[in-house]
Design a protein around this ligand. Structure first.
Ligand SMILES: C[S@@+](CC[C@H](N)C(=O)[O-])C[C@H]1O[C@@H](n2cnc3c(N)ncnc32)[C@H](O)[C@@H]1O
Length: 245
């Protein structure tokens, strides 16, 4: 089960900050990649871990049936009522439908190699014959934002390696694309919620048994704010996988 380490209103604020501070927001990245996919069918689409659903708002009308899986109940309250909304972890879902398009954007955090394998395998099995699975994730390539997150949690360097290993071992056809973006944040409050969201959400599993986890993150962020100058400028890299059935 997902854990809620932020308060509900903090999640919503974090989604808003995430959607507004990138020079090339990942919603735009997703949309640019999406625009260039030639779909044979547009019956069913699914976004796993839709969060603020900014991408979904742009594309859901392109498909006959639009499904979202999102364990955060507060986030799902703003979703279009005509979507099929599944308020659960993906691992706990039992879908019979096949999908022409599946998205997993910035969700595969906190997972070890086995968990990532199961997650992608389950999504891949839900593709229709000509379906496409799009995975967008932070890339471990050096950048100031990735350095903050991986300094705190070096295990996150492994996500790309785990995905590649799984796809290659199973002879699954895929292409990758690297994308770059910059983050500009003006206020301490926004920086704190931005880093808190990234560090809490992305790393808590690795610190499950450590009681001081939240205090460590808060201290790390306070030090970062004290040592940096406004506006806060961070660069970041993403990797996009396009995976066929
Ligand atoms: C960093 S946000 C990304 C949101 C959105 N995909 C985007 O790219 O803007 C990660 C989201 O994945 C959701 N999530 C986390 N674990 C999940 C799981 N096991 N199954 C489905 N969604 C999950 C979280 O609730 C959160 O909304």
């Amino acid at each position: 089960m997902s854990k809620c380490l932020l308060k509900n209103e903090e999640y919503l604020f974090a989604y808003k900050v995430l959607s507004s501070v990138y020079s090339y927001p990942h919603t735009d990245m997703l949309y640019d990649i999406y625009k260039n996919i030639s779909f044979k069918n547009r019956n069913n689409a699914l976004n796993i871990g839709a969060g603020g659903a900014f991408f979904d708002m742009k594309i859901s009308k392109d498909f006959q049936n639009y499904y979202v899986i999102e364990p955060n109940l507060e986030a799902t309250k703003s979703y279009h009522k005509e979507w099929h909304i599944i308020n659960s972890d993906f691992q706990d879902t039992n879908l019979e439908t096949k999908f022409d398009f599946i998205v997993i954007s910035h969700v595969l955090y906190n997972m070890n190699a086995q968990e990532i394998k199961c997650f992608i395998e389950k999504a891949h099995n839900l593709l229709s014959d000509d379906g496409i699975l799009l995975i967008l994730h932070h890339s471990p390539i050096e950048s100031s934002l990735n350095t903050i997150v991986t300094n705190f949690c070096p295990e996150l360097f492994n996500v790309e390696k785990f995905i590649n290993t799984f796809l290659k071992e199973n002879l699954i056809t895929f292409t990758t694309n690297r994308l770059h973006s910059k983050v500009r944040i003006e206020s301490d409050e926004e920086l704190k919620i931005f880093l808190k969201f990234l560090l809490y959400e992305d790393t808590y599993n690795f610190y499950e048994n450590k009681h001081s986890f939240k205090d460590d993150v808060d201290q790390y962020i306070q030090n970062y704010v004290n040592e940096s100058h406004k506006p806060y400028l961070l660069d970041t890299n993403h990797i996009c996988y396009l995976i066929s059935k």
